[in-house]
Design a protein around this ligand. Structure first.
Ligand SMILES: Cc1cc2nc3c(=O)[nH]c(=O)nc-3n(C[C@H](O)[C@H](O)[C@H](O)COP(=O)(O)O)c2cc1C
Length: 185
């Protein structure tokens, strides 16, 4: 094992991670945005996604309050706003006003969709599981849609049309290249 390097920052070994802007709101409809990298599909039927979120986040309280959130898949060109929403708290500011991101009405839930993002998953909370210093919030996907022209007919992203954002760790971001290879066994 001499050629291996032990690390304490084990989670970065699993990055780069696709990074999204998750929207939520309070019962009055006042909305907030949180940057979330730790998101995974967990079931296709029923359609479920898992989100690992720190319980101290302002957004976690809002999501518990209303049971709803929207995952907005961010393109690389809004990396600066994504970092901002991941370093500032909605307790102190209106992140829509500060970033200039545009809220649009969602189809099934109260939190808004972010216009500048390329794809959206509207979710309702079905489970909230304690896991160490984070909560795993499981959301049922009520609606999922993407910008016209960015998907192949089979639902895959067209990487020559869209570059989504990946978080390498700390303040480092990367994206998908246009190169893409289909591998057969
Ligand atoms: C690139 C990036 C990814 C992040 N991913 C997560 C995550 O997966 N889970 C989480 O709880 N916090 C994550 N954060 C931290 C929150 O976005 C951050 O604490 C935010 O300020 C909370 O906002 P709020 O208090 O308005 O909810 C991330 C931050 C950045 C910059």
């Amino acid at each position: 094992m001499n050629d291996k390097q032990a690390v304490t920052t084990f989670h970065y070994l699993l990055h780069p991670y696709n990074t999204s802007l998750v929207t939520c709101c309070d019962t009055e409809g006042k909305s907030n945005i949180i940057t979330i990298a730790w998101l995974i599909p967990v079931s296709v039927s029923p359609p479920l996604v898992g989100m690992s979120i720190g319980p101290s986040r302002f957004s976690y309280g809002l999501i518990r309050e209303t049971g709803e959130f929207v995952i907005n898949v961010a393109p690389y060109d809004i990396a600066r706003q994504v970092l901002f929403c991941g370093r500032r708290s909605g307790r102190e500011m209106d992140k829509f006003a500060e970033t200039g991101l545009t809220p649009m009405e969602a189809q099934h839930v109260r939190p808004p969709v972010i216009e500048e993002c390329v794809a959206h998953l509207e979710c309702r909370v079905v489970q909230d599981i304690e896991a160490g210093d984070h909560q795993i919030v499981v959301g049922e996907v009520l609606a999922a849609y993407a910008n016209h022209g960015i998907l192949e007919e089979n639902g895959l992203y067209r990487l020559d049309q869209v570059q989504t954002l990946f978080h390498l760790g700390r303040n480092w971001f990367t994206s998908t290249g246009a190169e893409c290879e289909k591998i057969s066994l």
